[in-house]
Design a binder for this molecule. Structure first.
Ligand code: SF4
Length: 714
């Protein structure tokens, strides 16, 4: 008999609802959930092949099915019982903490964990151990969006929703290949354009991606020049009288300082820095400011930058200056990369955040969280963010690392440093569903985790909508749910550290959820009214949803009141700064990295489905045809792609998407497909052998979108 289970797609932040079909312990099919408000039954190529990634054959070939341990690094890991594995982990962590203090350990988790998993890891680090060294691959994904929202609007809260697409008169898509990275959302953009042909779509991106196909106006800006573009648009809005002076006066602070900065951003200067015609700049400013409702959609092109926070803030400045916010079809809407980067932010699972959007730097917030958890205090010292954490491990400062549901040996920039960190750390725990990730090879202890189709909890998508994730089949082998692994470890560590009572009394994912939602009481994301029972009966809901309310809030700031001390939004004085590492004579190309349509992250899941290679079958470097001709590189020739940190070799492909002196390589290909080496000969894999660890000073998000490289025929 076929059973049907409603759940959520585990890939991107669109957060599509799925119906899983299963027979016994086998997932046999998947289809879109027609009742889910994110997708109304649609799925993209990745979502619609999910069942193929969960077959018995794939499970046997790819999954980690029992705890594995190695006591000597040169030896292969051997199977151990859960009790042995967790006892050893707790003993080792306790010893490191006793000998070197709480900040000598670190947890690196994932935007693909569920909210309940994230909550437990955050409490484990900050509440039990007393370190803020818990960060996540969401640092590589959304931390600039977080900082941009907080600086301007006062809270990390996307104010718009998917439904706004059909109310918008102008869409401004910046640094986002929505057509590939958020395919089902792009279907809604196509629907909106079909229903309203007068809808104007502007796309700004260094690459002419598939998303550009739908644009009325394309701005092929030079890499990293977004702040100059936005400031230049504001310059023209001021000159032409397109700003909304009444809204600015009634609802904002700080406009005068910004006015002085954008005065310098003349059309001539913007045209020269961004590499776009002045007429197109003027048209973009006009459409943005004068359309009845303008919605911006943006993603990693803004976030993965050494100016990530400034880029986000400069774009939000435009919305505030023109009152394009707090109305149907208007607002700055950051698209989430991962399925639950939002949930991780909500529980405070980053090195500088606390539960329910509280700030680590705020003593009142620390005291509130300590009281909620029943601990004397929460440590004040900011934790290490992703790049800092691996640098600290490479330097010997962090000695024990716990990595859950992510693959930093492939996905972090400057792979040589990350691999050095994993080798130098005294003890590395990798909690993973898949045995095939590059990071598994560095583990002293491998802990098998459940994954999509097997686990239970919640996720939050880009539009603040919380959906349930439900198990359709039993966990394979000895795999356990991520939150329960963290709880079982915490119980042992509590005993090791001599704690008399447990901070982790959870028996179910729902009990973790209930503690999390209580922690949001009175906060901007208050979900005290949102129980599992309500999600069961009323379906996915947007936050906030307070106790006593029956639905969540579709759109924020409709009353013009912002979650700042005086209720007013804040313009940020965004001064343009170029990319961290400029192109130069020895490294004359700007390397950009990003997603393909049919692959996901390090391919541990999508790489098991043959048909997903039909779109792009192998890693290549995309180059402009003129650059190839000038260097006598022909289609398919192997080239060495080299940065200051490493070198990889791969075929060249001419692409009309890529501008002169630019190159693009997809982020997905790892060890089996794309090997390389560091400048001192260490073996590396994938494009992050080359990328820079330079990061935004505010968000600490690394600049994965720009690395200077040279390209030489092999
Ligand atoms: Fe999954 Fe994203 Fe595709 Fe929806 S758009 S099916 S969430 S990958």
């Amino acid at each position: 008999m076929t059973l049907e289970t409603r759940s959520t797609c585990p890939y991107c932040g669109v957060g599509c609802g799925v119906i899983i079909e299963s027979q016994g312990s086998e997932i046999t099919g998947v289809r879109g959930d027609p009742d889910h408000p994110a997708n109304f039954g649609r799925l993209c190529t990745k979502g619609s092949t999910l069942h193929l990634t969960a077959s018995a054959t794939v499970t046997r070939q790819t999954r980690l099915l029992q705890p594995m341990q190695r006591l000597v690094r040169a030896e292969a890991p051997t199977a151990v019982t859960w009790d042995t594995a967790l006892d050893n982990a707790a003993g080792k962590f306790a010893q490191v903490i006793r000998d070197h203090g709480p900040d000598s350990v670190g947890f690196y988790v994932s935007g693909q964990l569920l909210t309940e998993d994230y909550y437990v890891f955050n409490k484990l680090a900050k509440g039990l151990i007393g370190t803020n060294n818990v960060d996540t691959n969401s640092r590589l994904c959304m931390s600039s969006a977080v900082a941009g929202y907080k600086q301007t609007l006062g809270a990390d809260a996307p104010p718009a929703c998917y439904d706004d697409l059909k109310h918008a008169d102008c869409l401004f898509i910046v640094g986002s290949n929505t057509a590939w990275a958020h395919p089902i959302l792009f279907r809604r953009i196509e629907d909106a354009k079909a229903a309203n042909p007068a809808l104007k779509i502007i796309v700004a991106d260094p690459r002419r991606t598939d998303t550009v196909e739908i644009a009325d106006l394309f701005l092929p800006i030079q890499p990293g020049t977004d702040v100059m573009l936005f400031n230049g648009m504001l310059h023209l809005m001021l000159w032409e009288g397109w700003i909304d002076a009444k809204y600015i006066a009634a609802h904002t602070n700080g406009f005068d300082a910004l006015k002085a900065t954008v005065r310098e951003c003349t059309p001539d200067k913007v045209a020269q820095v961004c590499g776009i015609p002045k007429e197109d700049l003027l048209e973009a400013a006009r459409l943005f400011a004068t359309s009845p409702a303008t919605l911006s959609l943006y993603c990693q092109g803004l976030n993965q930058s050494s100016s990530g926070t400034a880029k986000n803030a400069a774009l939000i400045n435009l919305h505030l200056a023109t009152a394009q916010i707090g109305r149907a079809g208007a607002g700055p809407f950051s698209l989430t990369g991962q399925p639950n980067a939002m949930g991780g932010r909500e529980v405070g699972g980053l090195a500088n955040l606390l539960s329910a959007h509280r700030d680590l730097a705020n003593p009142d917030h620390r005291a509130e969280v300590a009281a909620l958890w029943g601990v004397p205090s929460v440590p004040e010292k900011p934790g290490k963010t992703a790049v800092e954490m691996f640098q600290a491990a490479a330097d010997g400062e962090i000695r024990a690392l716990w990595i859950a549901c992510t693959n930093p040996a492939q996905s972090m920039p400057d792979q040589a440093t990350v691999r050095r960190a994993l080798e130098r750390a005294e003890f590395v725990v990798v909690q993973e569903a898949f045995a095939t990730t590059a990071t598994c090879a560095f583990a002293d202890l491998l802990l098998p985790a459940t994954t999509w189709g097997e686990k239970e909890g919640t996720v939050t998508n880009s539009e603040r909508r919380i959906s349930r994730v439900r198990p359709a089949v039993p966990a394979p082998g000895e795999a356990r749910n991520d939150w329960s692994i963290a709880v079982a470890f915490a119980h042992r560590l509590e005993r090791q550290l001599g704690r008399a009572f447990t901070l982790f009394p959870y028996e179910t994912a729902e009990s973790v959820w209930n503690e999390h939602r209580e922690s949001t009481r009175g906060r901007d994301l208050d979900i005290t009214g949102l129980s599992y029972a309500m999600l069961e009966t009323a379906g996915p809901q947007q936050w906030p949803l307070k106790e006593g309310e029956s639905t969540g809030r579709v759109r924020l700031y409709e009353d013009g009141v912002f979650p700042t001390p005086d209720g007013r939004a804040r313009f940020v004085d965004t001064v343009y700064k170029p990319v961290a590492e400029a192109r130069e004579a020895r490294y004359p190309f700007s390397l950009n990295t990003g997603r393909l349509r049919d692959q996901w992250h390090g391919m541990s899941r999508t790489g098991t489905v043959g048909r997903l290679f039909g779109h792009v079958s192998e890693p290549v470097v995309q180059m402009n045809a003129q650059d190839m001709a000038r260097r006598q590189i022909r289609e398919g020739d192997l080239v060495h792609l080299t940065s200051k940190r490493g070198s990889i070799m791969l075929p060249a492909r001419a692409s009309a998407e890529v501008g002169l002196s630019q190159a693009f390589v997809a982020m997905h290909w790892g060890e089996e497909y794309l090997s390389g080496c560091s400048s001192n000969g260490t073996r590396l894999a994938g494009i992050n052998a080359l990328t820079t660890p330079a990061y935004c000073p505010t968000s600490k998000q690394p600049e994965l979108k720009h690395t200077p490289v040279k390209i030489l025929k092999a």
